[in-house]
Write a protein of this length. Structure first.
Length: 134
């Protein structure tokens, strides 16, 4: 994804193996929006996004977790997740917080950096926030 300032580590072969599948109220097309994609990266900082539109894959290069999308028989978006982290659950949680805060543009975010942690927040340090790896 776009906030990573360095090259990614080598990725093992990507296999869309079976996992936990369910419909989702948040379609993967939400990540086609630049700020939505940036916000999603806050939830899963070591994930890469492959594809676009309704057919996307999120792959966590650190844990090997995976989320991929297709449509169910009724035409609703569904997600299949596998691995130790439920990537799409984390992404939908952060997107929901962002939308509840009014879905501000990236300029509505701030960051606090200390030697121990980096925190990105909306509005002010008391607003919704996410800790990032140092």
């Amino acid at each position: 994804m776009i906030t990573r300032p360095h090259g990614r580590p080598p990725r093992p072969p990507l296999g869309l193996l079976p996992g936990r599948t369910r419909t989702t109220a948040t379609p993967p097309t939400r990540l086609d929006d630049w700020t939505g994609r940036w916000v999603a990266q806050l939830a899963v900082p070591s994930a890469e996004r492959l594809g676009g539109g309704e057919f996307q894959v999120l792959s966590d290069v650190t844990t090997g977790s995976l989320a991929y999308f297709d449509m169910d028989e009724d035409g609703r978006p569904q997600v299949t997740q596998r691995g130790p982290i439920s990537l799409w659950d984390r992404v939908t949680d952060v997107l929901s917080e962002w939308e509840t805060a009014g879905a501000p543009h990236q300029s509505g975010f701030g960051m606090t950096i200390t030697p121990e942690e980096q925190t990105v927040w909306i509005g002010n340090e008391g607003g919704p926030s996410w800790r990032l790896p140092v």
